[in-house]
Design a protein around this ligand. Structure first.
Ligand SMILES: [Zn+2]
Length: 115
């Protein structure tokens, strides 16, 4: 199986951006605000029944957020399939799997990402 996976993940706290280099050579840049707004956890999605494996267009309509909510504290790898992002406000429930992160980047090209 020829799955696409990240070969490198770097966070730039000054720019507020996460860069993921993918195994197919794509370098994808995500603003912290977009990542937080697109947090896939049940709490952020408003309940388990709303959890989605694909990003939705409203995730790219980024509201004003607490600076601590969009300040990345730590990145944790989960097995071989996902990242958990730890935010300064203590939120750390979102499991961003590769498919989700890749789709988020592809959609961000479509919808644009403003912070
Ligand atoms: Zn969340």
């Amino acid at each position: 199986m020829d799955e696409i996976y990240p070969t490198g993940v770097t966070a730039d706290a000054v720019k507020g951006e996460l860069t993921i280099t993918w195994s197919d050579g794509v370098e994808a840049v995500y603003s912290f605000a977009l990542l937080r707004n697109a947090c896939p956890c049940a709490e952020c999605r408003g309940g388990h029944e709303n959890m989605t494996s694909e990003p939705t267009p409203d995730m790219f309509d980024i509201p004003e957020m607490d600076p601590r909510a969009i300040s990345l504290k730590d990145i944790e790898a989960v097995g071989n399939y996902a990242l958990v992002l730890h935010w300064e406000d203590g939120h750390e429930y979102g499991i961003y799997n590769w498919n989700y992160l890749r789709a988020l980047w592809e959609k961000s090209l479509e919808y644009g990402q403003s912070a």
